[in-house]
Design a protein around this ligand. Structure first.
Ligand code: FES
Length: 107
């Protein structure tokens, strides 16, 4: 039997029943399904960038998507420096964008 002939309930990749997940990004509610990363839900909601660089204030969001570049940092339930591309969303997660400034140079 090929994958094309699998019944929906037997398909391990696309289970018939998926649980909905609801998160907020800076207070805006976004919906996804269980198993999606925070970045996946945010992107699917049409938001392409959610933080700014510390030097030039340029927009950043998903770049590598595999946990290497740290461009996607967010605050999740008060925990800073969370990579949105690596954290699976949990229903009720409160996500906040994270804008950091470089430390002031000491004299
Ligand atoms: S997009 Fe590169 S670490 Fe998340």
């Amino acid at each position: 039997m090929t994958a094309r002939l699998l019944r929906p309930g037997d398909d391990p990749i696309r289970p018939a029943q998926v649980d909905a997940v609801e998160i907020t990004l800076d207070g805006e509610t976004m919906r996804g399904v269980q198993g999606q990363t925070i970045a996946g839900i945010v992107l699917a909601s049409g938001v392409l960038s959610w933080r700014r660089t510390s030097v030039d204030g340029r927009p950043r969001g998903l770049f590598c998507g595999i946990g290497v570049c740290f461009d996607c940092l967010v605050i999740v339930n008060g925990e800073r420096d969370v990579r949105a591309c690596q954290r699976r969303a949990v229903d009720g997660d409160a996500v906040a964008s994270q804008h950091d400034r470089l430390p002031e140079a000491s004299a």
